[in-house]
Design a protein around this ligand. Structure first.
Ligand code: HEM
Length: 375
């Protein structure tokens, strides 16, 4: 895949893809340009892909000025300062999960930690009680079972639809509960929010909440799994991080670059536009390859080398511009706390087994089993 992308960057950096009927963009500079020029490259993808699962009320499919207003409603819940207050709670959640592993000398990081932690964190932020998290798991599992090979009408797709309907019905109930008695959680913020001088309707709140749940869970799960995997593949760098914890943030940025969780970011052209020497007509879907941009040799020296001591690392895993991932600081915080806790608890970590989800949209380990020795 990486060799194929290098070839695409060199020879067909902006290319129409017959299979997906989209324009694909591979170079860092072009991807960066598309993501920042929101006047030309719109997020209103619903207008050309009506069956797209992104829907009304969802930040990802909005343009200014509505996008800015809605983002403002909940962005204060995700600033570094607010998150610093959340850190002790995340530390507790990590400890709880590692305590469940107990004194076993084996841990499946993917199952025991990376799947659970982001689910628990985002559920608490949104206000989904612990006893109701089975519904979220069913939706996440159905999404993870979807692969490129699943035909559109397969059982897998039916399962996703069923799980999604169950989740939407559940969130509708939760909205009524919070309307009656708001609390200090994100659902209550959305219920009481005013955008363009009106309250959000039920469908918009449901759609936004589903986005937060899925975006907050599966992507961060991917980061946590990839982090433990990549560091264990580079034992010298793992040892360096263990000895000098100030390297943890660099290690996380480099994992995001080297194993980018979300492969692509989508936009639709508002007009005919020239990009990388090619003209893309108006109203066409554009897919920016974040994986390829993050391995572009024009931006990153020796891009296929994992190097936590990389000087500058403007990786695009969270994209850039006005749609820059709202949960980026939260995901980094979870990864930092989880990595420190694992290193504190285990003096030895030897990877013994790995299995991948065959998911169509994420690069995600399903099992990452380590033989461990407690510190
Ligand atoms: C948007 C990646 C974690 C919430 C996005 C986008 C990407 C992304 C690629 C699309 C941005 C664009 O269209 O330009 C990731 C990765 C994560 C992560 C790699 C973890 C490692 C989270 C978390 C949340 C979250 C924990 C929790 C709330 C969102 C939201 C958007 C978004 C609300 C839409 C932002 C907008 O359109 O203004 N993320 N994300 N993400 N992400 Fe994340």
């Amino acid at each position: 895949l990486y060799a194929w992308m290098r070839n695409a960057r060199d020879n067909t950096p902006v290319k129409f893809d017959e299979t997906s009927q989209c324009w694909k963009v591979y170079r860092y500079e072009d991807v960066h340009h598309v993501l920042t020029d929101w006047e030309t490259f719109s997020n209103d993808m619903c207008r050309i892909v009506p069956e797209h699962h992104f829907t009304r009320g969802n930040l990802s499919t909005m343009d200014p000025p509505v996008h800015k207003q809605l983002r403002g409603v909940i962005s204060q819940g995700f600033t570094p300062r607010t998150l610093a207050q959340l850190a002790p709670r995340i530390e507790e959640l990590v400890k709880e999960l590692l305590d469940e592993v107990g004194d076993r000398n084996e841990i499946d990081i993917a199952r025991d930690l990376s799947y659970q932690l982001p689910l628990n964190v985002i559920s608490e932020l949104i206000g989904v009680p612990r006893e109701d998290r089975g519904i979220l798991q069913r939706t996440a599992d159905a999404q993870l079972a979807l692969t490129c090979e699943n035909p559109a009408d397969s059982d897998f797709v039916v399962q996703v639809q069923k799980a999604m309907e169950e989740l939407q019905a559940y969130i509708k109930d939760l909205i009524s509960v919070r309307r009656a008695a708001p609390r200090d959680d994100l659902i209550s913020k959305l219920v009481t929010a005013r955008v363009e001088d009106r309250a959000l309707d039920e469908e918009e709140i449901v759609n936004f909440t589903v986005l937060l749940l899925l975006a907050g869970h599966l992507t961060t799960m991917s980061l946590l799994g990839n982090m433990m995997l990549t560091l264990s593949e580079h034992p010298d760098q793992l040892a360096e991080v263990r000895a000098d914890r100030s390297l943890v943030p660099n290690a996380i940025e480099e994992v995001l670059r080297y194993r980018t969780p979300v492969p692509e970011g989508g936009r639709v052209t508002n007009r005919d536009v020239e990009l990388g020497g090619t003209v893309i007509p108006a109203n066409k879907m554009v897919l920016c390859s974040l994986i390829s941009a993050n391995r572009d040799e024009r931006e990153f020296p020796s891009p296929d080398t994992f190097d936590i001591r990389r000087g500058s690392n403007p990786q695009l895993a969270f994209t850039t511009g006005i749609h820059y991932c709202l949960g980026a600081h939260l995901a980094r915080l979870e990864a930092k706390i989880a990595l420190n806790a694992v290193l504190d608890r285990y003096a030895q970590l030897n990877l013994t087994e790995i299995a991948w989800y065959q998911s169509h949209s994420l690069c995600n380990p399903k099992h990452l089993t380590f033989d461990v020795q407690r510190a």
